[in-house]
Design a protein around this ligand. Sequence first.
Ligand code: SF4
Ligand code: SF4
Length: 159
Amino acid sequence: MEEMPEELRVLIKEKVYFCYQCGACVGSCPTARAIPEYNPRKMMEGLILGEWREILSGDLIWLCTLCHTCYEVCPQGVGISHIIIELRNLATKEGMAPEGFLDSAKQMAATGYVAPITGAVERTRKQLGLPEIKVIDTGEIKKIMELMRFRSVLEDESG
Ligand code: SF4
Ligand code: SF4
């Protein structure tokens, strides 16, 4: 991947260029509080400076909790959380999504839940008097994945 993808170019032009590096996003970010190397302000700076390949192929975009706090506090309305979603989508298209995320997506397509329903989970729920977890009809989830051209990514992954 050499040329910047068009959707990323538009995103940077229409959103990221408005970032004036005040740092309000990083000051309110729960991930940054827990993981010092995670810094949404620096991520925007990197995009402005043309370091999009490093950002797209790195691990940091996958650490965001998508809490949207940065969106709320940004005086420029940059919308970092939405930009991170776009970056993840692009990274996934380019085959750079972490294995764990793809496993969760496969699990969701199969059962409707992102985590596996293990024997241990079932036993604990029984002990707590909670109802059994039912595997739901995932037809609509699969349809959405198909419309987002995401199912083919998962199918490629399963070989
Ligand atoms: S809060 Fe907004 S303007 Fe300030 S550094 Fe973050 S993205 Fe840039
Ligand atoms: S959405 Fe992501 S980048 Fe923004 S404050 Fe939450 S964890 Fe931080």
